[in-house]
Write a protein that binds this ligand. Sequence first.
Ligand SMILES: Cc1cc2nc3c(=O)[nH]c(=O)nc-3n(C[C@H](O)[C@H](O)[C@H](O)COP(=O)(O)OP(=O)(O)OC[C@H]3O[C@@H](n4cnc5c(N)ncnc54)[C@H](O)[C@@H]3O)c2cc1C
Length: 437
Amino acid sequence: MWNFATDPEFQQKLDWMETFIRDEIEPLDYLFPKDETYNVNNAALMAILDPLKKQVRNAGLWACHLPPALGGGGWGQLKLALMNELLGRSFFAPTIFGTAAPDTGNAEILAHFGTEAQKAKFLRPLLDGDIVSCFSMTEPQGGADPKIFTCAASRRGDHWILSGEKWFASNARWADFLIVMVVTDPDVTIYRGASMFLIPTATPGVEFLRNAGMAFEDPAHGAHAYLRFNEVQLTDADLLGKPGDAFKIAQTRLGGGRVHHAMRTVGLAKRAFEAVCERVQSRTTQGDVLAAKQMVQAEIADLWMEIEQFRLLVLQTAWKIDRHNDYKLVRQDIAACKVLSERVMVSAASKAIHLHGALGISNEMLFGEWLLWGYALGLADGPSEVHQVTVAKEALGVAKTIDELFPSSHVPSGARRMQAKYAKELELPGHRRGWVN
Ligand SMILES: Cc1cc2nc3c(=O)[nH]c(=O)nc-3n(C[C@H](O)[C@H](O)[C@H](O)COP(=O)(O)OP(=O)(O)OC[C@H]3O[C@@H](n4cnc5c(N)ncnc54)[C@H](O)[C@@H]3O)c2cc1C
């Protein structure tokens, strides 16, 4: 039952992907900033990406996260983990393979909860890679706590009137439409009182206050919008799912989204590791290559072990999702993958910076960007701390309690129990702990 081998036919596809990504896609990181990958207005980039996308389609690998009914290969999560590991090596690869977040998650909820009209208008072009989309939930004053969200829609006649602000809405500036999660019933808990609306970005009343970028990015190129909704008029036809369904819908999206980020993180961390190994074997100081120094070897060993442990957890999580077909049953594993994504990426990028010296810290390498991305992984799709709590709660949920003064692993109490069980044997001579008479 346990088997870590990849079947040869699938390995051929992975081999094709690896060569294609290394040769054709990774070098794009040297030409364009990473968030440009979503910029459908960047004519030069689109002229490069379109033929590459065609090659992916011809290889039958477009949208590998999707079932065949939606135009994907239906590979399942375990095979997807191996593919995403390769796609994670460059920020451009997911776009070229039709698997870029947040469009993947947005497509998933549209497929699950959208009406036929919504699917025709938004889902089809999204799946075809013709448009990009945005998922907007976070508020400037609310951050990760939906209980203090204020962006709300209320009924006025046949309409919904939506007002309020949203923060860090990734790719909104290039998106054809926004999926916005707002309060629709302030009298019940937010978990039943929030709804999702599908809003074309050009809708009157949708205002871009500014586009925030990541640290060090050119302010003109920020990809994370600060949005204001000024009495935007909507109807029931713009609702995704039913009123009050927003959290149910968000969970469908976020479980998959988090584990897919983790799969890709394995790939980027491995790329950082490769860079480190190349550098320390090529750079000489004090009479020898860096790789000959034991302290450097310790760093290499630690990073290899961190990445391998993480990779195995990600693969096992993917395997469990395939097995149970229910994200809820794999909640603890997904939460652990989410927490480790940040740690492993920060560790890999930090070591890459450190072991490349001044070059590593300079803007002539990508490691600073990757380090910041590591920290971003701890915030995007919810802060790591919340997921640590999930891991702990699940572990505690299956742990036993004991109604005795001393714990079940208490040596004198255990010795007493064993003495009763092995009274005859213990009459024989032999050295034993002092607690056993
Ligand atoms: C790259 C990137 C892309 C993003 N894209 C989107 C997007 O497309 N759409 C969208 O809606 N949002 C997006 N976000 C926003 C993201 O969801 C929020 O950053 C996240 O929910 C945290 O909220 P906050 O940034 O306001 O931090 P805060 O909630 O203010 O948190 C501040 C600090 O407190 C910690 N913290 C938070 N809660 C707890 C807790 N319960 N216990 C202990 N510590 C805690 C956090 O980890 C953090 O260190 C994105 C974020 C990033 C970094």
